[in-house]
Design a protein around this ligand. Structure first.
Ligand SMILES: [Zn+2]
Length: 109
């Protein structure tokens, strides 16, 4: 078994997904008093809006924001990198797979 620890690099600000955000008119959910009531109001509006789009060729202005999601990724396990400082060596490791961040290796040498 090797004594050298598994290492990784942190790939910063990697686009991992994209999504569209549709904002309903401000009156939707106006009377909601709980998150559950807001969820129900938004679901009802989304169904109604979907039906409207299927039935019309509307020229109304609708706002659809296409947004990218970014995360820092661990090169070793390809999952989101969250730094975890191990108490044994006091260095940053990937909280998921435990790989030592190579920047830490370079800093020590
Ligand atoms: Zn990892």
């Amino acid at each position: 078994m090797s004594d050298s620890p598994k290492t990784c690099t942190v790939k910063r600000h990697v686009m991992v997904d994209a999504h569209i955000t549709v904002t309903p008119p401000p009156y939707v959910g106006r009377y909601a008093r709980t998150p559950e009531e807001m969820m129900s109001a938004l679901q009802a509006w989304a169904e109604e809006f979907g039906a409207f789009l299927r039935d019309h060729r509307s020229q109304d202005a609708n706002i659809f924001d296409v947004e990218a999601d970014y995360k820092d990724l661990c090169s070793a396990c390809k999952r989101e990198f969250l730094a975890y400082v191990w108490t044994e060596d006091g260095k940053d490791h990937c909280s998921d797979c435990g790989a030592l961040v190579e920047e830490e290796v370079a800093r020590v040498q």
